[in-house]
Design a protein around this ligand. Structure first.
Ligand code: ADP
Length: 394
């Protein structure tokens, strides 16, 4: 390894980690610590093709990261001897301030804390990981890489909402977009597959995981994406509604007296595929649809129709696309969703090759298709490590 980076993705009750080379993007070791703060936390560590799982109580993120250091000593290279150049942290919201990765100091920490107003579910947990890691690895640079940063290039026509000026100017209300490291990585890979430089092509990326977003990438720069002020806007997701009439919130508040916290939870955690089918896992929804479950069939139609509308509108926004790339759990693994999303786009230049789609790509369109359709596995940790190495080189 020539630029080893420890990438940390700290959530409210979990920490994912990966030891990645910031130059080759190869990951040698990875793991996840789940159920932090509960009576039984689970640490799953993968090294050299082997999986090691331990169950123990980890009271907080500090205990979690200490357990991670210990498991590296047991299985793999001890982190103290790994030649780390940095610890890199995924931070969900960078607001208007952070449009590039940044080395964390007290002032950056403070700014990430202030941005929690825009991402109350994510930034506090990301910050906790940073604070603990700064204590645990005091000699290493800690770098924050923001999910929003790649979309900072969106023009005003795409990022402004038509809402009162004070909302925008005093409260940061605008569209930011998320999954930026994935959209950056996959759009670059798509250009590579076309044998072109990113600056020569227009790519639409559909990142379909539990959270899901589509982006329009014009000559290497994001010009639009489906998530907005928060990750709630856009596609139908595992538990999020995606686009709705905002008046539904007022209507339900008036009708039921539900608090804004309840309505926030309803739209973020109890909607989407979960609300339509009772299931979050797309594999389960697809199996139910195949066995004739009508609500699962309709839910899949709604899910794919929303993606199709975004892709169609982004072909228009870009004035034509060279490639459409599918990524993340559903995008990489579901031929049904890919076909459902692209079904009626032949008139727009999308000719799917059914056999290639079933086989999983990477290219799943016919050779004559004006727009090349691809399946590209995402690599968010690799992208974070690569951006970190680039920042430290500069
Ligand atoms: P996250 O947003 O949590 O990182 P992932 O990118 O891992 O999510 O995607 C998780 C989603 O991918 C789940 O809904 C899961 O059901 C779906 N998925 C994984 N494998 C398949 C598959 N073979 N077919 C359809 N969906 C799949």
């Amino acid at each position: 390894m020539s630029a080893p980076v420890l990438v940390i993705n700290s959530g409210s009750s979990s920490i994912k980690y990966q030891l990645v080379d910031g130059e080759t993007l190869e990951a040698s070791t990875s793991g996840v610590i789940e159920r932090i703060g509960q009576s039984e936390s689970i640490l799953t560590h993968k090294h050299a093709g082997e999986k090691h799982q331990t169950t123990t109580r980890l009271a907080d993120h500090a205990a979690g990261l200490e357990a991670m250091v210990a498991v590296f000593e047991e299985h793999g290279t001890p982190l103290s001897g790994a030649g780390l150049i940095a610890v890199a942290h995924r931070v969900v919201h960078g607001g208007e301030r952070f449009v590039q990765p940044v080395v964390v100091d007290d002032e950056v920490e403070q700014a990430i804390e202030e941005l929690a107003a825009l991402a109350p579910l994510h930034n506090p947990a990301n910050l906790e990981g940073i604070q603990v890691a700064r204590k645990l690895f005091p000699k290493l640079p800690q770098v924050a890489v923001f999910d929003t940063a790649f979309h900072a290039t969106m023009p005003e026509r795409a990022h402004l909402y038509a809402v009162p000026r004070a909302w925008r100017e005093e409260h940061g209300v605008r569209r930011y977009g998320f999954h930026g490291t994935s959209h950056a990585y996959v759009s670059r890979k798509a250009a590579e597959l076309l044998g072109k430089s990113p600056k020569e092509v227009n790519v639409i990326v559909a990142h379909l995981g539990n959270g899901a977003s589509v982006s329009a990438v014009e000559r290497g720069r994001s010009i639009d994406t489906s998530m907005g002020l928060t990750p709630l806007e856009g596609l139908v997701m595992g538990t999020r509604s995606g686009d709705i009439d905002p008046a539904i919130v007022f209507h339900m508040h008036r009708r039921t007296g539900a608090s804004f916290a309840d309505l926030d939870a309803a739209l973020n955690k109890e909607s989407g595929m979960l609300a339509l089918t009772g299931q979050i896992d797309m594999r389960v929804v697809e199996a139910a649809a195949r066995s004739g479950d009508r609500s699962a069939q309709i839910a899949l139609e709604i899910y794919c129709y929303r993606i199709r509308k975004y892709i169609g509108s982004y072909i228009a926004a870009l004035g034509g696309a060279d490639a459409i790339a599918f990524t993340a759990g559903v995008g990489e693994n579901s031929p049904e969703v890919r076909a459902g999303a692209l079904g009626s786009l032949v008139a727009l230049g999308v000719h799917l090759d059914e056999a290639a789609n079933a086989a999983g790509g990477p290219v799943i369109s016919t050779p004559q298709s004006p727009i090349t359709v691809m399946v590209i596995p995402t690599n968010e940790e690799g992208e974070i490590a690569s951006q970190t190495a680039a920042l430290l080189r500069s």
